[in-house]
Design a protein around this ligand. Structure first.
Ligand SMILES: Nc1ncnc2c1ncn2[C@@H]1O[C@H](COP(=O)(O)OP(=O)(O)OP(=O)(O)O)[C@@H](O)[C@H]1O
Length: 588
């Protein structure tokens, strides 16, 4: 299945900005109360600001340009204006606080939602996407949405309300002058509608390049030892330079697109002012307009065009947020193809695990396993041998259902493995990977990962359990026992020690089937002997699948499978397996 986010995004049908916004607003629908309060506050602010020019014009015409000037009236109106501006300020402040909270809560919820979704996605998804790009989506893209909600959304609505109000005042005071003043706004609207898709595209490209750059940084940080050892700093520097250059180019492109609104909006709002002045002065000279009214009129023209200019910046934030939302929603809408299927009947007489006509490919380009059939019985030890790249890890990954067969069926306990809930399946199967995953914490934390049974045990009790499981000799290798510190990078302990922790983690879960993929590759001969003893003391019903290049580790296997060129063949005796390995021969 295609999980490549950049590819999926490129192939997805273009969704309209408004339908994206609708889906986004659903995310904060539970914030209705805060949104209504913030909306009321911003509308109060806009309304109060709208009445200001009317009072000023009225003051000039009624109290100043009259034969008997009324200074008392001027003072009263000034006091009213001051009161109105103070209330407007308070409502604007209230709106900022409310929306700041909404934005932060949305950021929190979205990041949790994306992270939870990532936990549900299959291994294939992580194979196809760079960790750095995913981090950029979780951190950077969500923050673009937060910025839009906390800083822009209400300003956006407030600006539109102010514009509408100012437009109504302009038209109702003088319909001809009003219509002439609003003509430049129509040009601006047409310009915005035509350029919006281009601006959104430029911003999407820029966000993608930020993701690409994060991917490069993550890759070189992960591999810094190899980079230093091979003195390949120039190589990675060049790759980073290219990603950085791409980011620079797209940022410039997005900047040009985003800033294209500001001068256009500025030009047309200045043209509108000129129209008001010229036409207004003409009307005054004709005796059809008063000076105070022209002052109010100019103010309303300002109140109409200033928010429009602000809208240019807000529109840019909106486009960037929508581009970020597109990138985020692609993760949120992804569904794992490893679903649990219902009504699966089990065959009680079946073996512990069976492959029936299994085919598998990671992607459409090449089939890796061809029509595989084998059975694993309870309590037996199996070995998978074969040349590098032959398909051993892939076979083991299908046993553990890290992937689903492209064709055919894998049966666990006689039941299609897809019929098990993940929690039930993982209880039955323990998998020690080639590169064990450890996280920062202690040996105890790492051993108990995914094992609820002993979470509340004290260290003494847990040690007792470990000794009873014959793992005491392994724990003794760690100087501070269960309290030994582990760093996620694994640098505080050796690779072999990492494998021992992974071994204890898997054995302590007491699985029905234990898979060891090159689990002893980095372990000395004495410790390897220890592991072999532990394996032989596992319960009689435990089935073991051992993948190993070192043949001495599989000498005691009950059955050996030779895995090569996408085929899994019963090798018969140990000598036959040796023969096949050395000569690439197959024995039927
Ligand atoms: N994530 C992946 N995406 C695409 N192809 C893959 C992936 N993992 C493995 N392959 C391909 O599948 C084939 C089998 O690989 P696999 O890791 O199963 O071999 P292996 O026998 O375990 O090798 P090794 O002994 O080196 O561990 C190889 O050709 C490999 O290139």
């Amino acid at each position: 299945m295609n999980y490549n986010l950049n590819d999926l995004q490129a192939k997805a049908p273009k969704s309209s900005t408004w339908s994206s916004l609708g889906k986004l607003l659903q995310l904060i629908s539970h914030e209705r109360k805060n949104l209504i309060m913030a909306l009321t506050a911003i509308l109060v602010n806009s309304t109060l600001n709208l009445f200001g020019p009317l009072i000023i014009g009225h003051t000039i015409d009624q109290y100043i340009f009259v034969p008997h000037k009324n200074y008392h009236g001027v003072l009263v109106n000034c006091a009213i204006l001051l009161g109105m501006y103070l209330v407007a300020l308070l409502s604007s402040y209230l709106q900022t606080i409310l929306m700041g909270g909404v934005g932060q809560r949305m950021l929190f919820t979205l990041r949790n939602a994306i992270f939870n979704k990532l936990q549900l996605l299959p291994v294939g998804f992580f194979n196809q996407n760079k960790a750095g790009d995913l981090i950029s989506r979780i951190n950077n893209d969500t923050d673009k949405l937060n910025q839009f909600f906390s800083q822009s959304l209400m300003q956006f609505i407030g600006s539109i309300a102010t514009m509408l109000g100012a437009g109504i005042f302009l038209l109702s005071i003088n319909i001809q002058l009003g219509s002439a003043t609003l003509i430049p706004a129509i040009v601006i609207l047409i310009f915005t509608a035509l350029t919006s898709p281009w601006v959104k595209r430029k911003n999407a490209k820029n966000l993608k390049s930020v993701g690409g750059m994060s991917g490069e940084i993550q890759e070189s940080l992960n591999n810094f030892k190899v980079i230093i050892a091979f003195n390949r700093r120039d190589y990675f520097r060049k790759r980073f330079d290219e990603a950085n250059q791409e980011n620079y180019n797209t940022a410039i492109g997005a900047g040009i697109a985003n800033n294209s609104y500001v001068p256009v909006y500025g030009l047309f709002s200045s043209i509108a002012q000129l129209i008001v002045l010229a036409y207004g002065i003409y009307l005054i000279s004709e005796g059809q307009f008063a000076i105070g009214l022209l002052v109010s009129y100019l103010s309303y023209a300002n109140q109409f065009y200033n928010p429009l200019r602000q809208l240019a910046a807000l529109w840019t934030n909106f486009q960037t947020a929508m581009a970020g939302w597109d990138r985020i929603s692609h993760i949120l809408t992804l569904e794992t193809d490893l679903v649990t299927i219902d009504n699966v009947v089990a065959d009680p007489s079946a073996s512990l695990l069976e492959f029936r006509n299994v085919h598998f490919s990671y992607d459409e380009s090449r089939e890796i396993l061809h029509n595989i059939n084998f059975k694993l019985e309870r309590g037996k030890t199996y070995a998978l041998v074969g040349p590098t790249g032959g398909g051993k890890t892939t076979t083991a990954s299908l046993i553990a259902r890290l992937y689903d067969a492209t064709k055919g069926t894998v049966l666990l306990d006689g039941k299609d493995i897809r019929g098990y809930e993940p929690i039930d399946r993982t209880k039955k199967i323990g998998f020690i990977l080639q590169e064990p995953f450890l996280f920062t914490g202690t040996v105890r934390d790492n051993i108990l990962y995914g094992n609820e049974l002993y979470v509340n045990y004290t260290n003494e009790l847990l040690e007792k359990v470990i000794v009873e499981a014959n793992l005491g000799s392994l724990l003794a290798i760690f100087e501070s026992g269960l309290d030994t510190n582990v760093l996620s990078s694994g640098d505080s302990i050796s690779l072999g020690q990492k494998q021992l922790i992974a071994f204890m983690r898997a054995v302590l879960r007491n699985p029905d089937l234990l898979i060891l993929d090159e689990a002893t590759a980095n372990i000395d001969t004495i410790t390897e002997k220890l592991l072999s003893d532990i394996l032989s003391k596992l319960p009689d019903t435990t089935t073991r699948v051992i993948i190993a290049h070192r043949l001495n580790t599989i000498e005691n296997a009950d059955e050996i499978f030779f895995v090569n060129s996408g085929e899994v063949i019963r090798a018969g005796s140990f000598d036959h397996a040796m023969d096949m390995l050395l000569h690439g021969k197959r024995v039927s």
